[in-house]
Design a protein around this ligand. Structure first.
Ligand code: SF4
Ligand code: SF4
Length: 202
C-alpha cells in the first residue's frame, strides 16, 4: 500500500517540477532580450569606425586603387600576411611601369597591428570594420584585395603626348651636352699634363 502512495507522490512532485520548469521557460519566451541582440539587430548594429576587421585596398569613385606595388607593406608585415605580385606594363610614352598584379592577404594570420597601413607611402590601405568574416575553412580567409577589374589609365591628350616627347628630347640633348662637356674637360686636362719643351723649361 505504501509503495502505491510513494508512486503517486513521486508522480505528483514530477508533474509539479515539470510545470514549474515550463512556467520559467514560458516567461523567458516573452521577456525582452537584454544581452543577446545579434543577429536580429544586424541591420542597425553600430560598429565603431576604428574597429579593425579586415584589411582593404582603398578604391576611388572610378574603381581605381592607389597601390603601386612597391612592396613596403609586405616587407613591414611581421607575420608574412601579405603577398604581392607585380607586372611590368608599357606606358603611352614608351616607358615601362610596374603595376599591381595580385594583392593577397591572409586574414587568418593578421594581428591587426596596422603597420602595413601606416607605412604605405600611397595611403592605399585601410581597415574595414565589417566584422562578419566567419568562414568554414582557413583557405577562405586568404583573399585577393584587388578584386575589382583593373581600370586602364586614361589615355594622354595630344598636348600631354607632345609635352612628354619634348621632355624626352630635352633629356637626350642635356645628356649629350653633358657628355660633350666631360669629353672636352678630359681633353683639356690631358693637354695640361702633356710634357712639352716649353713647359719642361718652366
Ligand atoms: S599597399 Fe602601399 S605599401 Fe603596399 S605595395 Fe601598395 S603602395 Fe606599396
Ligand atoms: S595589420 Fe599587421 S599583421 Fe595584419 S597585414 Fe598589416 S602589418 Fe601584417
Amino acid at each position: 500500500m505504501g509503495s502505491v502512495k510513494d508512486y503517486f507522490s513521486s508522480l505528483g512532485s514530477g508533474i509539479a517540477s515539470l510545470l514549474k520548469g515550463m512556467q520559467i521557460t514560458g516567461k523567458e519566451f516573452i521577456t525582452p532580450k537584454i544581452t543577446e541582440k545579434y543577429p536580429e539587430n544586424r541591420e542597425t548594429v553600430k560598429v565603431p569606425e576604428r574597429f579593425r576587421a579586415i584589411l582593404t585596398l582603398k578604391y576611388d569613385d572610378e574603381g581605381r586603387h592607389k597601390c603601386i606595388a612597391c612592396g613596403i607593406c609586405q616587407r613591414n608585415c611581421p607575420n608574412g600576411t601579405i603577398t604581392i605580385t607585380s607586372k611590368m606594363v608599357d606606358t603611352p610614352d614608351g616607358k615601362k611601369k610596374r603595376k599591381l598584379d595580385k594583392y593577397i592577404y591572409d586574414l587568418g594570420s593578421c594581428t591587426f597591428c596596422q603597420l602595413c597601413v601606416t607605412t604605405c607611402p600611397q595611403d592605399a590601405l585601410d581597415f574595414s570594420n565589417d566584422f562578419e568574416q566567419a568562414v568554414f575553412t582557413r583557405e577562405k580567409l586568404v583573399k585577393q584585395l584587388n578584386y575589382l577589374p583593373e581600370k586602364e589609365d586614361p589615355a594622354p591628350s595630344p598636348e600631354e603626348l607632345a609635352r612628354m616627347a619634348a621632355e624626352k628630347e630635352a633629356k637626350i640633348a642635356a645628356a649629350k651636352a653633358a657628355a660633350a662637356a666631360k669629353k672636352a674637360a678630359a681633353a683639356a686636362a690631358g693637354d695640361a699634363t702633356q710634357v712639352t719643351p716649353e713647359n719642361k723649361e718652366n
